[in-house]
Design a protein around this ligand. Structure first.
Ligand code: HEM
Ligand code: HEM
Length: 221
């Protein structure tokens, strides 16, 4: 039986495209590990914060009749913060692996699904349509934001690995401190991307690109 299909706005959206199985698996694993890393940072700066837990340790020991000074209490609260950082490191190794896997996917996947092809294709389309195709311009900006995000992810993985293994490479003191600071500042770019990305895909799904989210699950088109 012939099916009636009315052409909708979403059918013409440049955002409705195919996603290889490799990209989909990569995407959802990256989603899980980035969220898990963010949770470790959140826990470390709240319930497991070593400074804020000094009075907690002191009060607990006081109940058992033991009085300890700030330094002694810090030795205990620090231990739990360290455990969370150990978990952060493990999750970080997994994310570093995913960053490398993304590079491998890029060079091995079909040309039409590659970042360069999609970027050039949109640029060409934009030039042909007289530079005023709002959808293509939007698509191009989103592709650029992904490229920037990949660079930030690479920077997080590099600085994270340098903090983790720096002492073996002779990196210590002010250099290690600076690397840690860069790692700490770049975290905000990750949060900004995740926030914009979530709002972006939800709006796209609700408005002009229905099926964009399922496309990241079933491959699309
Ligand atoms: C979503 C990505 C990530 C976020 C948001 C994040 C965030 C952070 C933050 C806020 C700190 C504390 C920095 C400071 O004290 O100044 C930190 C420390 C650290 N991060 Fe990450 N990070 C991420 C990915 C990674 C990756 C991929 C690695 C790779 C192994 C890594 C390894 C480390 C290490 C070793 C530390 C030091 C922990 C310690 O003080 O013992 N991180 N991270
Ligand atoms: C930590 C959270 C997340 C991160 C780091 C992330 C990262 C990314 C990246 C890097 C891409 C570009 C992939 C490419 O190279 O083509 C992408 C695409 C996409 N993501 Fe996410 N993502 C996250 C969460 C989510 C969630 C929760 C959803 C669904 C509700 C989602 C839906 C999509 C969709 C539909 C695309 C394709 C959009 C397009 O082609 O422009 N993402 N994501």
């Amino acid at each position: 039986m012939e099916q009636n299909h009315t052409l909708t706005e979403s059918d013409n959206s440049p955002f409705i495209q195919t996603n290889s199985a490799a990209i989909r698996i990569w995407h959802w694993l990256t989603f899980l590990f980035v969220i898990a890393l963010m949770i470790t940072v959140l826990l470390e700066s709240t319930v497991l914060n070593q400074r804020q837990n000094i009075p907690v340790v002191q009060a607990e020991l006081q109940k058992k009749g033991v009085t300890v000074n700030n330094n002694q209490a810090l030795a205990v609260s620090h231990l739990y913060a360290e455990k969370m950082w150990d978990l952060h490191k493990l999750l970080g190794y997994a994310l570093t692996f995913l960053v490398l896997a993304r590079i491998v996917i890029e060079v091995t996947q079909k040309k039409e699904e590659g970042m360069k092809f999609r970027f050039e294709n949109a640029l060409q389309g934009l030039q042909q349509s007289g530079d005023n195709n709002k959808d293509l311009l939007h698509y191009l900006l989103v592709r650029i934001s992904y490229s920037v995000f990949y660079l930030v992810l690479l920077a997080m993985a590099t600085t994270g690995m340098l903090i983790a293994f720096g002492s073996d490479l002779g990196i210590s003191g002010p250099v290690r401190h600076t690397i840690k600071e860069v790692h700490g500042i770049f975290q905000y770019l990750i949060y900004a991307f995740v926030a914009f990305h979530l709002v972006g895909v939800i709006l796209a799904e609700l408005k002009k690109a229905k099926g964009i989210v399922s496309g990241m699950i079933n491959g699309g088109k």
